[in-house]
Design a protein. Sequence first.
Length: 480
Amino acid sequence: MSQGFDYDLAIVGAGVGGHGAALHAVSCGLKTAIVEAGDMGGTCVNRGCIPSKALLAASGRVRELRNAHHLKTLGIQVGNVEFDREAIANHAVNIVSKLRGDLTNSLKRIGVDTILGWAKLAGPQKLSISTSDGQEKTITAENIIIASGSVPWVPPGIEVDGKTVFTSDDGIKLDWLPQWVAIVGSGYIGLEFSDIYSALGSEITLIEALPELMPGFDRDIAKIAERILITPRDIETKVGMLAKKVTPGSPVVIELADAKTKETVEVLEVDACLVATGRIPFTQNLGLESVGVELDRRGYIPVDDRMAVLSGGEVVPNIWAIGDATGKMMLAHTASAQGIAAVENICGRHKTVDYQSIPAAAFTHPEISFVGMTETAAKELGSKEGFEVASVRSYFKGNSKAVAEGEADGIAKVIYRKDNGEILGVHIIGLHASDLIHEASNAIAHRQSIHTLAYLVHAHPTLSEVLDDAYKRAAEAVKA
C-alpha cells in the first residue's frame, strides 16, 4: 500500500479498458478503486460490441433461414420463417444485463472498491467525486488512470431525437423496425446496422460523404464487400453525398448535398435515420486543467507510448490515460491492452502497445477483418523507407471447408515486403473472418516472414487453410 494515499491506483471509467486495468492492477498487488458515472461496462458492454453482436446473431439466423436457395443446396427445406422484434431486442438486453453483472461481480470478488459517481481530477493524485447518492467525496491515489471512453459524434445540421433520428446508442435498443431507414456513414457501425436492418426486412439508404464506400477498409476488400453485403440486398447507396440537414419526424427529412460543393442536390423522406458517423472522446469536465493538461484539437488526451499523460510534450507524473479517450485505436480490446500496459509501467516494468498487430472486425454476414496496413498505406511506407511491397490473394471458393458449408464467397489478402517477406497487413472477408484474423495478428506481432509462415501446418479441412494458401502463394511469388 502506498504511504499516505487511499489507493495505489484509482481508475476513472469502468468500461472494458478500465475493467482490464483493474484486474491487472490487483494481480500486481495494487490496492485499486474504480469510479463509474454511468453503467458498469461502459459503451462496449451496454451500447456497443455486446448488444450489437446479439442483434447480429439473431438477425443473421433470420437471414440464413430465409435463404431458401442456400438451404436447398444443403438438402434442407424450411417453412415460413417469422421473428419477434421485441424478443430479439430482449435477447440483447438480457445478454447486456448478464455481462454487466459478471463484470461488476468480478471487480467485487477481487477486492476492487467500486464508486458510482462523476470523478474529476482535483490536483495531483487526487479525485473529487460526485457520488450517485448526491454526496461529494475526495480520494487520493498514488496513480490515476483516465478511461473515460467516447460518445457517438453527430455532425452539424443533424438533429437527433432518439426515436426517428438516432445514433447507435439508441439503435441497439431495436425499439421498432422502420420500413425505410437511412444510415449516415458506411464504416463498421453503418455496415453492421445495415446487416441487421436488411435481414429483418427494412429498406436501406446508405449515405457516405467520402468518394468511396467503406473508406477505412482496404480497397480490394471494400469492393468485394459491396458486391456481397450491399448490391444483392435491399440497400441503395449515396456516395460523395453529405447529410447536410436531418430533421426528425414522420417522415424524417434528409437534405443531401454534394460533399465537395456543399450544394443541395436531393431531399429524402424516410421513416428513420441512423447516424453512424464515428465517435468522439468523452474528455470534458474531468479536471485535467488542474494538473496542467490540455486536450489536443480533436479532444483527445495526449499520451506517450507508455500511456502516460503529457502536457506540452512532458510527462505529467502519476496520471495515465487509456482507451477511446486517447484516440489511438478506438476498439475495446485496444483499451484493454493499453490498460495492462499502463499498469505495467506504473509497476516499473516498461511496456508499450503494438498497434500494428491489433486486429479489427466488422461482424456482418459474412464477416470482415483486418490487421496491420492496407496495401495503399504499406506502399506509402515502402516508398518512404525504400522497400517494395507485394500482395497475394487466396479464395474461400478454393477452401474445402467453406465449400462444404456452402459459404465460399470471400478472400484473404496478405500484404508483405518483397525483400524479407515480413507480413505488413492481412485483410479477410468471408466465413468466420473475425476468428481467422488472429493467426495473422500473431504473425505481425512477432514480425514473422512469409518464408516461415508458408511452412506452418494447418488442420484439414479448416477455414484456416485460406491463410495457409495465401502464405504459400506469397512465398512462391518471392521465389519466382
